[in-house]
Design a protein around this ligand. Structure first.
Ligand code: SF4
Ligand code: SF4
Length: 157
């Protein structure tokens, strides 16, 4: 069973659901820029790859063999649990589906708000001003993502 089967079902560590950016090593910027990927310079002088990642096509990384070291190293808690046999692939896919559903519940709760936030990222930025239903959906989505995905970092070997 290939662990990438789960990631091709998920994409949430690339599409902006879990992270806002990928930290880059100093020597990684040039090749990504050459591939046409927009990078962001931060106030501290570092350069990052913003998310949703422009290299993501659907749930597939289009620069997979040349992806940054941080992408190579990253495994979410769920992928670690799958690798260690704590969950089956079907169970893990079910958790991913449940996470996607919670994220969609946030955007659904936002949609009636004319001119308001329309994505998970915008909802996070405007969390203090959200209507109660949207705020509750955001709270539930973040708790689910924390519980099943965020957390341990490990080399993927
Ligand atoms: S969040 Fe986890 S399961 Fe989803 S693509 Fe990233 S490493 Fe794979
Ligand atoms: S470079 Fe590839 S692995 Fe890294 S965030 Fe972008 S799509 Fe994901």
């Amino acid at each position: 069973m290939s662990l990438s089967t789960l990631c091709l079902h998920c994409g949430m560590c690339c599409d902006g659901t879990l992270f806002t950016h990928v930290p880059l090593q100093p020597n990684e910027s040039a090749s990504l820029t050459q591939r046409g990927l927009p990078l962001t310079a931060r106030e501290d002088g570092t350069v990052v790859l913003p998310q949703p990642c422009a290299a993501l096509n659907g749930r597939c990384c289009t620069v997979y063999t040349e992806r940054p070291e941080a992408c190579r190293r990253y495994r979410c808690q769920l992928l670690n649990a799958l690798a260690e046999g704590e969950v089956s692939l079907d169970e893990a896919k079910g958790v991913v589906d449940a996470a996607h559903a919670r994220v969609e519940a946030v955007t659904r709760a936002l949609s009636p708000m004319e001119g308001g936030p329309s994505s998970l990222r915008q909802a996070r930025a405007a969390a203090a001003t959200l209507e109660p239903q949207a705020r509750e959906a955001l709270t539930q989505a973040e708790a689910f993502l924390d519980r099943h995905f965020r957390g341990r970092f490990r080399r993927s070997g």
